[in-house]
Design a protein around this ligand. Structure first.
Ligand code: MRU
Length: 352
């Protein structure tokens, strides 16, 4: 699989996902604002991937700071961090990465500035490597839930392209395939950005995993005909009660799965869980430009002047989620206690 993001000396190269699969081209980001723009404009997308991009962008931004002392350096770093955190509102992984890099700066007050800059660069590389490892663990944990011979429906792209590599929902698919199970995937096309058609099918085909793209509005019909055994999606933010924000359309897939007695799983790393948010109503939902709905390849398709509304994510209430699969294990309802315990064991093992 093509790396989603990588360092190239002092620049960052991003696989431009707006062009996939028709062209495989890397976008060169020369300063932190290039990274912010790439996140806003969807050159890189997917919750964990934009977290990694933010960390690398901050490391790059910090390397250009000219400051006389630590306080001045930290002040400027925080300004850059605030700008970075605003790039997209829903995926909490972005804020998570910004907070991790900011905490690192705070802990470096007695270190020479050049060393701090190197430390930030190393930390961004660690975040990228950790993310791939986390996804492999999610894959191993979730693989047991995938029966031999099953058809897995997924929505949007929660694969290698949406993460540092390997993927969350598609990480489970990959792990099941690597375990020798004969499986196939139904990928919702995922209007308006077509992540399912352009990205999910592309990366599964590269790995020789059988995939069929289906129209978003076909999912219910396939479920009713008994052609879907389980659903696995990623998430952009999971509230303390288990409500999950993911790509617009996930909610209706979850409701249809329940109606048809099909398990609906969310696969996500701990960095997607936001215990500070009580329930899904408090998760900010990004509204994107209406032209993403009315235009295809820059060409207006609807009647001139037609209005459109374009929320990029929706909330799936916890009651529709059979289980949440993380790198630390599988959490089942009631989610409040289960999700909290993931972080308690995390803190305990950090203390040891
Ligand atoms: O708008 P996008 O493409 O960034 O939305 C991505 C999704 O909704 C993914 O399902 C989610 O980020 C999980 S990716 C592992």
């Amino acid at each position: 699989m093509h790396p989603v993001i990588k360092w190239d000396n002092n620049h960052i190269l991003l696989l431009d996902q707006r062009r996939l699969p028709l062209s495989i081209r890397y976008l060169t980001c020369r300063n932190y604002r290039d990274i912010i723009n790439a996140i806003k404009r969807m050159a890189i997308r997917g919750a964990p991937a934009i977290g990694v991009a933010a960390a690398m962008g901050l490391a790059m931004g910090s390397s250009a700071i000219r400051a006389r002392n630590f306080d001045a350096f930290r002040r400027r770093f925080r300004e850059i961090a605030d700008e970075m955190a605003e790039a997209r509102p829903t995926a909490v992984n972005l804020r998570w990465a910004v907070e991790r890099m900011s905490a690192l700066v705070d802990s470096c007050s007695v270190i020479p500035l050049d060393e701090i800059k190197q430390t930030l660069r190393r930390e961004s590389e660690i975040i990228l490597a950790e993310d791939i490892d986390i996804n492999k663990r999610i894959g191993r944990n979730g693989e047991a839930l995938v029966p031999e011979g099953s058809t897995i429906l997924t929505h949007c792209n929660a694969g290698a392209l949406a993460t540092g590599g390997y993927g969350t929902a598609l990480g489970i698919v990959r792990a099941a395939h690597e375990a020798g199970k004969s499986i196939r995937v139904f990928a919702d096309e995922t209007r308006p950005w077509l992540q399912g058609l352009r990205l999910t099918s592309f990366e599964l085909m590269e790995d020789h995993i059988p995939v069929h793209v289906i129209a978003d509005n076909a999912a219910g019909s396939f479920m009713r005909r008994g052609m879907v055994d389980l659903v696995i999606t990623g998430a952009d933010r999971i509230a303390a009660n288990g409500d999950a924000a993911n790509k617009i359309g996930t909610y209706q897939v979850a409701v249809l799965a329940r109606e048809n007695s099909i398990p609906f799983y969310i696969a996500a790393p701990l960095s997607t869980i936001d215990l500070s948010i009580k329930n899904g109503e408090n998760i900010p939902i990004e509204e994107r430009d209406p032209s993403e709905i009315t235009h295809i390849n820059g060409r207006m398709i609807g009647p001139r002047g037609v209005k459109a509304i374009n929320p990029s994510f929706d909330i799936t209430p916890a009651k529709y989620i059979t289980a949440i699969i993380t790198e630390k294990g599988i959490v089942r309802p009631p989610y409040l206690a289960g999700l909290k315990s993931l972080f308690t064991t995390e803190a305990q093992s950090a203390q040891r």
